[in-house]
Design a protein around this ligand. Structure first.
Ligand code: ADP
Ligand code: MG
Length: 629
């Protein structure tokens, strides 16, 4: 185009596009889902803006918040247009090419490791998937604050932007013109597009139309009027008849049909066909929504392409009314625990009276549960206030409380099912046993989100005890199976007052530690902590079921109250080795060494270095040094 400005893609983006355009990935369908998802996001944005500034929406056509898809034979393009917020020239430059999203390099890495292209949306680079099917793409966009522009690229490392003088004015929104590759011509097919939209985008909350050739019956001109009259007379006669006999006559119906056909003729026309039923699924009664529909909605709302692990759909009544569907994903996102405290929490979408407001509301769910996806739709919250004002709403606190309870209940249910299954297995019972899938659910959850439970213990004092019940640990008695604290407590020896644990880099390292010797000799069970988070957690979780947690590597390890004889013996031993301990302290000559003393914590190992009661444990030091967390 004359006068077009040329831009180079940011290097990583360019590499990403290279991989995509040359990809042999067979499931190219995903591009449509990504583009519709972007259209839907853009529509959400303009609808939200219009809440406080009605004029943003425009009038007439522009106010129809919909998505339209059509094939254009002349230009051999597949077109997708939305009446969303659109992009200014600056947006086009930044969003589609010059600024790499944080997920770009992570996605590149995944792709090099043979990762699944399907996950592209989760990495925030879904737009580029259009190059799975296109060798040339034009993005025409009009934002209220700017003129209409065309972004265009053949994915050759650069793109161009020019003011649009060739297309019809969009009013507002974005039109994506996809020039399909030779080997992607299967998408130049309305039936295929229809199938894809229905499969992937059924729960998009805006109407999606496809322009398709449709066979319509049109009345044949001269006969039309007559036929109408006849129809009317017949219908009246029929009504009378039915009243009398209360039954229909099938044979006669068919005859009538045939007569009607005579009066019409078939014609092919292009019509806009609505492809999705965009009624909010959360407004329906849970009993009327199928498992499949919940899972489909999950995918629409989460950018995830696996089924959710578990979900709950409820309606809260009372002072604050809202409806909600909350999902626990099957897998934690690739970077979920990286930069944990800095990240946006965008799993849960807030709606007010069916209008999308925000998906980054930390007022809605605590950070440690931010893996939860889904929606909250409230009738109580005010609709036309700024986001800042909304965040102050007291109702949000009530909603948050309830959301936390519901999520914890959902997790608890999985955990209890797991324990039940284990018990039944041990007893060899089978009657009424939950399904294999239900039995294994909590194990999967723990593997993916166990750290969130630990973070919860650190962050959420209110639910600390409930969360502690959800902990799963390895111990000196658990072998390669995880065990619960309740199970630990039930196995405690007579006279054992505390719950013992030891932390280290690996199970093997902990298991062979001399710190354990006497505990194990006494038959006491010791929890093996190997996650960097564990000792932080223990800094917050001081006891469980009235039993104190005791770190086996600390100086004050007391195994039981000693009797008089033992105490006397201890004293004698201390006297006997006084010179040795003194000498030793002098020889080592290290300011980090507090003291050398005789102790009875060991059984066979002659000596051990331990941490002071108030000092950092060796394991904690290892962690701090590695700055792993
Ligand atoms: P994501 O949707 O995760 O942000 P994408 O690669 O799909 O990542 O899109 C990149 C960005 O381009 C979006 O964040 C948005 O700002 C912009 N964008 C893409 N499609 C549209 C559209 N149809 N309307 C407005 N903006 C869009
Ligand atoms: Mg996207």
């Amino acid at each position: 185009r004359s006068g077009a400005e040329q831009f180079a893609f940011q290097a990583e983006v360019s590499r990403l596009m290279d991989i995509i355009i040359n990809s042999l990935y067979s499931n190219k369908d995903i591009f449509l889902r990504e583009l519709i998802s972007n259209a839907s996001d853009a529509l959400d944005k303009i609808r939200f803006l219009s809440l406080t500034d009605k004029a943003q929406l425009g009038e007439g056509e522009a106010a129809n918040l919909d998505i339209k898809i059509w094939l254009d034979a002349a230009s051999r393009t597949l077109n997708i247009r939305d009446r969303g917020i659109g992009m200014t020239k600056d947006d086009l430059v930044k969003n589609l090419g010059t600024i790499a999203k944080s997920g770009t390099s992570a996605f590149l890495e995944q792709m090099q490791k043979g990762g699944d292209m399907n996950l592209i949306g989760q990495f925030g680079v879904g737009f580029y998937s259009v190059y799975l099917v296109a060798d040339y793409v034009e993005v025409v966009s009009k934002h209220n604050d700017d003129k209409q522009y065309i972004w265009a690229s053949t994915a050759d490392g650069s793109f161009s932007i020019s003011e649009d003088t060739e297309n019809e004015p969009l009013g507002r929104g974005t039109l994506i013109k996809i020039h399909l590759k030779e080997e992607a011509q299967e998408y130049a097919n309305e039936a295929k597009l229809k199938e894809l939209v229905q499969r992937y985008s059924e729960f998009i909350n805006f109407p999606i139309y496809l322009q398709a050739e449709k066979e319509v019956e049109v009345p044949v001109e001269e006969e039309a009027e007559e036929a109408k009259e006849e129809d009317k007379a017949e219908a009246e006669a029929e009504e009378e008849e039915e009243e009398e006999e209360g039954a229909e006559d099938d044979e006669e119906e068919t005859k009538e049909e045939a007569e009607k056909l005579k009066a019409t003729r078939k014609e092919k026309r292009m019509e806009w066909e609505l492809l999705n039923d965009n009624k909010a699924i959360w407004l329906r009664k849970p009993s009327e929504v199928t498992e499949e529909e919940y899972q489909k909605f999950y995918k629409a709302v989460s950018k995830d392409y696996s089924d959710a692990l578990a979900y709950t759909h409820f309606r809260a009544e009372g002072d604050v009314e809202f409806r909600s569907i909350l999902y626990i994903p099957s897998f934690s996102p690739y970077d979920f625990y990286d930069k944990y405290y800095e990240k946006a929490q965008n799993g849960l979408k807030l709606y007010v009276r069916r209008v999308f407001i925000s998906d980054d509301m930390k007022e809605l769910i605590p950070r440690y549960l931010s893996f939860v996806k889904g929606i909250v739709d409230s009738d109580t919250l005010p609709l036309n206030v700024s986001r800042e004002m909304l965040q102050q709403e007291a109702a949000l606190k009530t909603i948050k409380k309830k959301v936390v309870r519901k999520v914890l209940d959902l997790i608890k249910k999985m955990a209890e099912t797991e324990v039940k299954c284990k018990d039944m297995d041990e007893k060899g019972e089978t009657e009424g046993k939950p399904s294999e899938k239900d039995c294994g659910q909590y194990g999967k959850f723990w593997e993916q989100f166990g750290r969130s439970i630990k973070l919860g213990i650190i962050e959420d004092t209110t639910h600390r005890n409930r969360l502690a019940k959800l902990l799963r640990v390895y111990t000196s008695k658990s072998g390669d199976k995880l065990t619960t604290l309740d199970e630990y407590v039930s196995r405690m020896k007579e006279g054992q007052k505390s719950i013992y644990y030891l932390a280290g880099a690996s199970k093997e390292e902990v298991a062979s530690s001399p710190h354990l010797e006497r505990l194990l000799r006494k038959g006491y069970e010791v929890i093996y902590f190997t996650d960097v988070l564990d000792e932080y957690v223990m800094g917050h979780l001081l006891d469980y079921d009235d039993k104190k947690f005791v770190n086996a590597s600390k100086d004050d390890l007391k195994l039981s109250d000693k009797d008089e004889v033992e105490k006397k013996k201890d004293k004698e031993l201390k006297e006997e080795f006084k010179d040795l301990t003194k000498w030793w302290k002098k020889v080592i000559e290290d300011s980090r060494l507090q003291t050398v003393k005789v102790s009875n914590r060991l059984a066979t190992t002659p000596c051990v270095v331990v941490s002071g009661k108030y000092g950092q444990s060796a394991n904690m030091e290892r962690i701090m040094r590695a700055q792993a967390f």
